[in-house]
Design a protein around this ligand. Structure first.
Ligand SMILES: [Zn+2]
Length: 266
């Protein structure tokens, strides 16, 4: 009886020690890999996280989000084709659409726009509502560039590249296929009276800054986020993402890239 008791206590002790050791080992591996706590962690990117973390000294979260976006690679390298239309689709310097990409239900913008402008129907509906509500407050929003075909972007980019060289052209113009304007979800705007390059100084910009997200639009290339979006600040370029995503992006002061990396890219 006494002997049996001792064996039992012995066994319990051994099991407890083993459990303790296992837990410590688990803690240790968590300590060595601080990236895997995030739901968007990708095991195959671990080496790149470690390298990028040493280089940029960002938080672990930002390191994972950015490496998953391929921001540790040069622009236009490691590119991926986006084949399906989605209001949260990401088209940037790493993600492109092909010449054959079709936007479903592309419709002409017949109000608050220059002639010959087209948008995807959900985006169009949101834009018209926004421009109408703005006009009641004396705010004049006008779409001056919306959907662009592959061929249009090809001509535009080639012209810039010819005039100023590829390096310079790449800082402000997308290569064909890599322009977000191919999605039918983008609007460049002005206020009718002044050049779009001065849009930031207008009441229309201030109104957009306060209200765009309520209609599902975001300022796509904000100031200070150039290293994430790959584009210089463009106060005139707005992207439709739907009200839920736009609200989150606005309230958290993030970009579509970061939102996509955290919530869409699974
Ligand atoms: Zn634009």
């Amino acid at each position: 009886m006494k002997k049996g008791m001792l064996i039992l206590i012995g066994l319990i002790t051994i099991v407890s020690i083993l459990c303790f050791m296992k837990q410590e080992k688990k803690k240790e591996s968590k300590k060595n890999n601080p990236y895997e706590v995030f739901s968007f962690y990708k095991k195959e990117n671990l080496d790149r996280y470690e390298k990028y973390y040493k280089l940029k000294k960002l938080s672990y979260k930002d390191t994972v989000l950015r490496v998953n976006l391929n921001l540790d690679y040069s622009y236009y390298t490691h590119t991926k084709e986006v084949t399906n239309f989605d209001i949260l689709m990401l088209v940037n310097k790493y993600n492109y659409v092909s010449k054959d990409f079709k936007v479903p239900s592309l419709k002409e913008v017949k109000e608050y726009a220059r002639d010959g402008m087209y948008l995807e129907s959900e985006c169009l509906e949101a834009f018209l509502k926004m421009a109408h509500d703005a006009s009641i407050e004396g705010i004049n929003l006008r779409a001056i560039s919306t959907y662009r075909t592959y061929e249009y972007q090809e001509n535009l980019y080639n012209d810039y590249a010819k005039k100023e060289g590829i390096k310079e052209a790449d800082t402000y113009s997308a290569r064909p296929g890599f322009s977000e304007h191919h999605t039918g979800l983008v609007i460049d705007m002005d206020n009718i009276t002044s050049n779009y390059l001065n849009f930031e100084k207008t009441n229309e910009f201030a109104w957009m800054d306060d209200n765009a997200y309520k209609y599902g639009f975001i300022l796509r290339y904000p100031k200070g986020k150039e290293d994430i979006t790959g584009y210089i600040y463009e106060p005139w370029h707005y992207r439709y993402v739907g009200i839920k995503a736009a609200t989150y992006i606005k309230k958290n002061n993030i970009t579509l890239e970061e939102y996509y990396s955290e919530f869409v890219d699974k």
